[in-house]
Design a protein around this ligand. Structure first.
Ligand SMILES: NC(=O)c1ccc[n+]([C@@H]2O[C@H](COP(=O)([O-])OP(=O)(O)OC[C@H]3O[C@@H](n4cnc5c(N)ncnc54)[C@H](OP(=O)(O)O)[C@@H]3O)[C@@H](O)[C@H]2O)c1
Length: 313
C-alpha cells in the first residue's frame, strides 16, 4: 500500500492526516513515481484554510502538486521515461504522498547535481517566477522591484531577472539581506518609508514591479514608483488588480492564465533544472518533515520559515 495526506474539511493544519491508498497505476500518457520529496507551497495552506475559492469537499481531498522521485511504472504511449529514472514533477493531484501518478508532460529527468528536495522546490515557484517575468518582458535595461524577494518565488524571480540582464531591488527583512545579495540583487527592508529607501537604492527609477508580499505597502510603493501600470503585477492580490489597473497572474484573480502563460509555467522546470546542473541557479532549502507531519510543515510554513519546506515520505 501507498500513503497520502488528505483532509476532509477546511480548517487549520490539524485537518491534514495520513491515509493508506492503493498503489497508483499509471494510465495512458502517465507515469507512476515513488516520491522522495514533495514541495510545500503557500497556495496549499491557503486552499486548506478556505482562503481561496474551492469546490466543497465531497471525499478525502489530496494535497500538493510539486515533487521529485523515482519512476516505478510507465503507462501506455509514454516515450523517454523508464522505471528507476530520477525525475522532478509538477501539477500532480496530491504530491503529499509516498506514490503518485502524473502526466508524463509534467515530468522532467532530474540531473544528478540536483537533490530530490531541490527538485521538489521548483514546480510552482519556478513556473510562477519565469512566467511573470516573461509576461512583463523583463530584461536588459530594466530595474525590477520585487516585493518579498527572500521567499521561494522571490529568489527565483531575482535569479532569472539577473540572468536576463535586469537590475533587481528586492524587499525582505534585514535577516535575509545576505541571501538576496548573494543572488545579485540589492536588498531593501520592507516597512515604513519603503518607497524612499527604494528611490535611494535605485536613483535611475523602477521600470517594472512584481508583488509577492500582498501588502498595501507593497502595492502602493509599486504604484508610486512605476509609471506604466501594465508593468506592475501582483501574484497575491489578484482580486484587487483590476481596480488598481495593474496585472495579476492567478493569486485570487478571476482572470485565468492564458495558454501562453501556462506554457511558460511548464517550460520553467526543465529550463531551471538545466541551469542548476550547470551551477547557475540555486535553491535555498528550508526545514524538511516526514510525510506524516504535513500538519507541522504547514504550521512552520505559515509562520514564515526561511527556505523551501519539503515533505519526505
Ligand atoms: N499567483 C500565483 O500563481 C502564485 C504562485 C506562487 C506563489 N504565490 C504567492 O506568492 C507569495 C509568496 O510565495 P512564496 O512561495 O515565495 O512564499 P514564501 O517562500 O513563504 O516567502 C514569503 C516571503 O514573504 C516575505 N514577507 C513577509 N512579510 C512581508 C512584508 N510585509 N513585505 C514584504 N515581504 C514580506 C518573507 O520575507 P522575510 O522572511 O524576509 O520577512 C518571505 O520571504 C505567497 O502569497 C503565495 O501564495 C502566488
Amino acid at each position: 500500500m501507498a500513503s497520502a495526506i488528505v483532509y476532509t474539511e477546511f480548517g487549520g493544519p490539524e485537518v491534514l492526516h495520513p491515509i493508506e491508498i492503493p498503489d497508483p497505476i499509471p494510465g495512458e500518457g502517465e507515469v507512476a513515481i515513488h516520491v522522495e520529496a514533495a514541495g510545500v507551497n503557500p497556495i496549499e495552506w491557503k486552499i486548506r484554510a478556505g482562503f481561496r475559492p474551492s469546490d466543497p469537499i465531497a471525499e478525502p481531498r489530496r494535497i500538493g502538486g510539486d515533487g521529485a522521485g523515482v519512476i516505478t511504472a510507465v503507462g501506455e504511449g509514454v516515450d523517454g521515461f523508464r522505471p528507476g529514472q530520477t525525475v522532478v514533477f509538477f501539477g500532480a493531484s496530491g504530491a503529499y504522498a509516498s506514490d503518485v501518478v502524473v502526466a508524463a508532460s509534467r515530468v522532467t529527468p532530474r540531473p544528478p547535481q540536483v537533490s530530490a528536495a531541490e527538485g521538489a522546490a521548483l514546480g510552482i515557484p519556478a513556473g510562477t517566477a519565469y512566467q511573470t517575468l516573461r509576461s512583463l518582458g523583463v530584461g536588459t535595461g530594466d530595474t525590477l522591484l520585487v516585493h518579498a524577494g527572500s521567499g521561494t518565488v522571490g529568489q527565483t524571480v531575482i535569479q532569472y531577472a539577473v540572468l536576463w540582464g535586469a537590475t533587481v531591488i528586492a524587499t525582505s527583512s534585514e535577516l535575509r539581506f545576505d541571501r538576496i545579495r548573494q543572488l545579485g540583487a540589492t536588498p531593501v527592508a520592507y516597512g515604513e518609508g519603503l518607497a524612499d529607501r527604494v528611490r535611494e537604492a535605485a536613483p535611475q527609477g523602477i521600470s517594472v514591479s512584481i508583488d509577492l508580499a500582498g501588502t498595501d505597502e507593497a502595492l502602493q510603493t509599486s504604484l508610486d514608483l512605476v509609471a506604466d501600470r501594465d508593468r506592475i503585477a501582483t501574484l497575491v492580490r489578484g482580486r484587487d488588480a483590476a481596480s488598481l489597473g495593474i496585472r495579476a497572474f492567478s493569486g485570487g484573480s478571476p482572470v485565468p492564465l492564458t495558454a501562453q502563460q501556462l506554457a511558460w509555467r511548464a517550460e520553467a522546470v526543465p529550463v531551471t533544472l538545466a541551469l542548476m546542473a550547470a551551477g547557475r541557479f540555486s535553491v535555498e532549502l528550508g526545514p524538511s518533515f516526514p510525510l506524516a507531519d504535513a500538519a507541522e510543515a504547514h504550521r512552520v510554513g505559515q509562520a514564515g520559515a526561511a527556505g523551501k519546506i519539503a515533505l519526505i515520505p
